[in-house]
Structures are given as structure tokens and as C-alpha cells.
Design a protein around this ligand. Structure first.
Ligand SMILES: [Fe+2]
Ligand SMILES: [Fe+2]
Length: 475
């Protein structure tokens, strides 16, 4: 069944009404979720009518319906991709067996941990972004922020459904805990580091949606391969929503660059101080933000050698990115993979069993993918005739997890002394001054079709609406 039943309290395409116990449990969780949204969701926005898309069917054509909605009335629900008939497990030790429609007892703890870790990132990003609406550069951007926020809320629903349906009492407790942890909280923080960082300004936000939502894409792609079929089906649908989040990031950064280049050409200068005085973000500052978000995000893939990663793969819980498109044996025993190691202060390649290096495999796939958008940003700079290139830093730069944690490496990948790091870190990572400057640019622009000075308008509006469409009615 692909169409969504909106007559229910909880919209769904999983015949929820046929499972009264589950329905009641989720209806019990629902008001707690709404309370969380009121407390921790977008600040001061509860009464706005926002031009949002809502899933009406999980078919590739037209799953989205657009209309003005108050966010607390958004129809969050449970949408799974249609089941694939006779789906088989296609990697790991169980390759060739039927995919699981229920959780095998021996994998229960690991699957629960995977689902909770994924689920925890979803409300975390909403919390991280909750004040951004107060300083939006335009109505168009405000609407996109809110769209991303409601969809991250729906991703939380997706994981909570799995916890409630397949993990009994433990699952229900985990679902409650997902609403209790809080991004950046001293006592009860979110599980993963990058999801406790602040997103204090819109440049950070665009970098986050470009880099960190892309981590989401790669994690979801790996889970979409899972032998646990309900997890595979729910993550496949989440991926269709994720694409828009990365678009917001890529186009957002691109428009910041475009505006900066325009002012550079008008003023005939590349002097950061002059450009800042003119109210745009100089390219070296954009590079430092890029370095920060890239390095913090690649840590999310975990340690470069991990016995958990091997277990998750061999038992069929989590595949590789594009597992089905790969031409190896999909079991990987006896295969090896090159990771980076540190020897006498130098970075050297080291061959290790591939199964243990699957976090690194996914990280490397991610890095390849994220470079693409940076190339497109460089085209904007080229087109303006400005001799400057943004680059993705070396993967050993500014790492906190795995073998490379704490090794001092410059963005080009050359090991350096602590002394040199301390002397030059301000060239490579955003300083307090950079952050204060970027924050100082953030003012609220909400007249339809108007944009803050530091960002160019988009080429097109949302859902073929004009750029000056009334995307948000403030009431
Ligand atoms: Fe998400
Ligand atoms: Fe996302």
C-alpha cells in the first residue's frame, strides 16, 4: 500500500488501525512529541502558516502536496516504502536468505542501538536550529528551514515507529528518551558529537545541511540495505526527504558565495576587512567554516577500525553505500582496505581487514560525494573571474575520533607540530571573531522577495512559485 491514510490521528501507510496496541502506544507518545516540538522546535513560530510539503503517497511521482500549514498541525506520520516481494538478504553471512520481517533475537540489542543512534540525530538537528528563524535572510529561506525541521521531526517518527512496533517495552522507553536528551545539554546530551554543536548562524546552517545532512544520507543508504526489512523500507522513504535538505545547504552556500563575489567585483577588492565592512562574508571565512563542518562531520562515521562495524555488516544489519551496485562477493572475508595510520609522526597507509574498516569505507564514499558540491561552488567563483578555490581539507585534519584523533595535520594533510598548529589554527578554523562577525550580519528579513545583503536570491522559488511568493504568513 503506498497511499497515506490521513483520516487517522497518526497518518500512516502501515495499516496502523489493525494493531490497536501499537496504535494506542504511539497515540500516547504523540502528545509528548508535540510538547517537545513546542518547547524545543522552531522558536516563536507556532502560529505561522508555512508553505510546506506533506507526503501524500510514497510513490516516486508526487508524494508531496504543498500548502500553508501551522507547523504544530503538520501531519507527522509513518511512511514506509512499499515492500519488495520476496526480498532477500544480499550481503553478509546470511546472504541469500529471506529478509527479516521481524527482529531476530540475537540481533535485537545491536539493531536497537542502530535505530536509537539514527533517531537521536533527528530531533537533535531541530534543537540545534531552533533559533535560526529569528534571523532568517528571507521568507524563502525561512520556509526551507521550517521544511527541513518538520521533516527531521518526521524522521524521528520513523525511528520511533520501529522502536514501538518491534522492541516492546525497551523500545517504548527508548522512544521517550529520544524526547528527553537535548542537543548541547550538559547532563543529557545527544548521542553524537556533531549534534551537540551549536548552529548559531545561517552560514553554519547551510554548511550543516550540506555536510551533516549528507552524513545522514550515507547512514540512511547503508541502513536501506538492511536485512531487517522494515528498517530498509523506512530509511528508503527518509532518503527522498533528505535530498531537499542537502539542496538547501548546497544552494545556500552557493548563494552566499555568489553575493560575496559580486561585491568583490563591484569593489575590486579581496580584502576581508573591506568586504566585511560592506556586509558580506569573505571567502577565507567561508573556507574556515567549510573546514570546520567537514571535519566534524566525517568524525560521525566512527572509528576507522571497528569490530562493531564488522559485526553490523556480517550479521546483515547495515550494508555499504550502494551495496547492490558493487561487484565483489558482498561477504568481504579476506578482503582488505587501506586506512591511514600514524607512524613516527607521519601519516602512512596501512592495509587492514575490510570488514573492520567499513566505517572508513563509508567515510571515503561520503568524502567523494561531498567534494562534488564544493566543485560546483568553485564554478560560481570561477564565473565571477575571481582567482580563489575552496577545498575540502584532508581527512586527517582536525579529527577527534579514531586513529587520527589528536594528530596535528594541516588542511593539506601534512603533519605539523603543536606549536605550528597553535600558530596557524586561526587560518584554518573559524575564530571567535569570525563567528561574531557572521552572527553580526544575521538580521531578520521577511518582506516577500527581499533578501539579506550577504546572500543572493535563489534562481527559482519552491514548487514553481515565484521567489517573492508569500512562503510564510506571520499572522
Ligand atoms: Fe533526518
Ligand atoms: Fe536531514
Amino acid at each position: 500500500m503506498s497511499s497515506v491514510d490521513y483520516s487517522e490521528k497518526i497518518p500512516n501507510n502501515v495499516n496502523l488501525s489493525e494493531d490497536r496496541t501499537l496504535q494506542r502506544a504511539l497515540e500516547h507518545w504523540q502528545p509528548n512529541y508535540i510538547n517537545w516540538w513546542q518547547d524545543m522546535g522552531p522558536d516563536g513560530s507556532q502560529n505561522f502558516d508555512v508553505y510546506l510539503r506533506t507526503a501524500v503517497s510514497v510513490d516516486p511521482q508526487g508524494w508531496a502536496q504543498f500548502g500553508h500549514v501551522k507547523m504544530p498541525d503538520y501531519r507527522w506520520g509513518i511512511f514506509l516504502n512499499p515492500a519488495e516481494k520476496d526480498r532477500k538478504i544480499h550481503f553478509g553471512d546470511h546472504k541469500g536468505e529471506d529478509a527479516w520481517q521481524d527482529v531476530p533475537g540475537e540481533h535485537r540489542a545491536n539493531l536497537r542501538r542502530i535505530i536509537v543512534t539514527q533517531g537521536d540525530t533527528e530531533p537533535a538537528s531541530v534543537e540545534q536550529q531552533r533559533h535560526l528563524g529569528l534571523t532568517c535572510p528571507s521568507q524563502y529561506d525561512l520556509r526551507n528551514l521550517f521544511q527541513v525541521n518538520v521533516e527531521e521531526g518526521r524522521h524521528l517518527w520513523a525511528m520511533v515507529y520501529l522502536l514501538h512496533k518491534y522492541f516492546g517495552r525497551d523500545g517504548r522507553e527508548e522512544a521517550e528518551a529520544l524526547l528527553e536528551r537535548s542537543s548541547g545539554d550538559q547532563d543529557n546530551p545527544r548521542i553524537l558529537g556533531a549534534f551537540n554543536e551549536k548552529t548559531p548562524d545561517w552560514l553554519s546552517y547551510f554548511m550543516f545541511t550540506y555536510f551533516t545532512d549528507r552524513d545522514g544520507k550515507f547512514q540512511l543508504c547503508a541502513l536501506a540495505e538492511s536485512s531487517f526489512d522494515p528498517l530498509a523500507r523506512t530509511t528508503k522513504f527518509m532518503l527522498t526527504e533528505e535530498a531537499h535538505h542537502m539542496f538547501v545547504g548546497e544552494s545556500g552556500v552557493s548563494r552566499v558565495i555568489q553575493r560575496t563575489c559580486q561585491v568583490m567585483n563591484e569593489m575590486k577588492t579581496d580584502d576581508p576587512a573591506e568586504l566585511r565592512a560592506a556586509g558580506v562574508i569573505d571567502l577565507p571565512t567561508i573556507q574556515r567554516y567549510l573546514n570546520f563542518h567537514f571535519s566534524v562531520t566525517i568524525d560521525l562515521f566512527g572509528a576507522d577500525q571497528s569490530s562493531n562495524a564488522a559485526t553490523f555488516y556480517s550479521t546483515g544489519l547495515k550494508g555499504r553505500f550502494d551495496e547492490a551496485k558493487r561487484t565483489d562477493d558482498h561477504v568481504l572475508k579476506g578482503h582488505s582496505y587501506k586506512i591511514l595510520d600514524v607512524q613516527n609522526g607521519n601519516l602512512v597507509e596501512k592495509e587492514v581487514p575490510m570488514l573492520n574498516a567499513l566505517n572508513e569505507v563509508l567515510r571515503d564514499d561520503y568524502i567523494k560525494d561531498s567534494v562534488g558540491g564544493v566543485d560546483r561552488w568553485n564554478k560560481v567563483i570561477d564565473k565571477a573571474g575571481i582567482p580563489f578555490r575552496l577545498t575540502v581539507p584532508h581527512k586527517a585534519f582536525h579529527r577527534s575520533i579514531g586513529t587520527l584523533a589528536g594528530v596535528k595535520v594541516n588542511p593539506k594533510g601534512n603533519p605539523i607540530t603543536d606549536h605550528e598548529w597553535n600558530q596557524r589554527v586561526e587560518e584554518w578554523l573559524p575564530t571567535d571573531e569570525d563567528r561574531d562577525f557572521v552572527v553580526s550580519l544575521m538580521g531578520r528579513v521577511v518582506d516577500p522577495g527581499k533578501f539579506a545583503n550577504w546572500i543572493a536570491p535563489p534562481v527559482m522559488g519552491i514548487n514553481r512559485q515565484p521567489v517573492d511568493f508569500e512562503y510564510v504568513r506571520f499572522n
